[in-house]
Design a protein around this ligand. Sequence first.
Ligand SMILES: Cc1ncc(COP(=O)(O)O)c(C=O)c1O
Length: 372
Amino acid sequence: MKIPFFKPWITKDDENAVIHALRQRWLTNGPNLEKFEKRFSVSLSSKYSLGVSAATHGLHLCLASLDINPGDEVILPTFTFSATADAVEYCGGKPIFVDVDDETFNIIPTKVKEKINKKTKAIIAVHYGGQSCDMNELLNISKKASIPIIEDCAHALGSLYNSKKCGTIGSLGCFSFYPTKIITTGEGGMVTTNNYTLYKKIKTLRSHGMNILPSDREKNASWEYDITELGFNYRLDEIRSALGFSQLKRLNEINKRRISIAKIYSKLLKNVKGISIPLIKKDRNHIFHLYPIKIDDNYHLTRDQLFQKLYSKHIGTSVQYKPLHLMSYYQKKYRLKKSDFPNANLLEKQILCLPIFPTMTRKEIDYVVSKI
Ligand SMILES: Cc1ncc(COP(=O)(O)O)c(C=O)c1O
């Protein structure tokens, strides 16, 4: 048996949606993007949704819309993908890394509070693996200090916190449609907000800082446009929007399947000595974008040995993440102290994400568990 870490789930309907989009005249800036954004807003109960070419670009736009400039600080977890911090660097800002909880792997609110000062301009809350951060605690901190929260929802399409949808709790949310994510467009992402000013600003910045899009110019029988700000080309084209729209129709089914696979894993692994299964907090769900286990000293192999063993049995696993304070770019630039991040340091040695994808069969789950 060969079980990759992840397999995208592309149906005939998805393929037809892409072919249909390819046959339209507008291959970007067209009706498919609008349709996808509208459905995304309904699905999330967010006022505005903006398709973008990647979550990395979406995060950049979120920070730019909040006027993050050189000298500004943005607090974020060290246990995340580099894009979360890179987006701050793109703005000339300084990422301030914070340790994470050793059970949920999410940012620790008290540690966030300790890092707030006059230079702090935003907090990025990453909902690791598909389980929400402690949003009440973070919102209290953010309100007291008048500092906005961006939710990095790359893993969290369908995650709930006290029945509220992740991506609508902070000032801005940012989702990824990279192939391993909950739904995919190949590359792509979505920014969500209930704030009209931020929406307008991101919409302009996404498309070169242009005040009128080509399709609207055509409708208005006018060629003229202005560049009102220094913008980017961070658009989500029509082909990918059509795929996203088609995938979004299956969101509930996708998450239902992920959750049931995780339940089987947890049932079968919970009594294995030296292995900890993911913890789910009471006031939130977990949609298991990732199924991370921790391997401690009581297990008969180290995490790296288990990774190698599973690899030799044709089972793909992944270490998400090597913390950012240990990445050479950030380490060299900010001379970060390893001892400031004890939980993330341990996770770097212990975490292993098992294969999980919507089409995974019971046989495949049993095979992975039997090799562990
Ligand atoms: C937590 C997190 N944030 C941001 C990103 C960036 O997403 P994208 O690949 O869509 O740019 C990822 C991608 O893996 C991620 O895991």
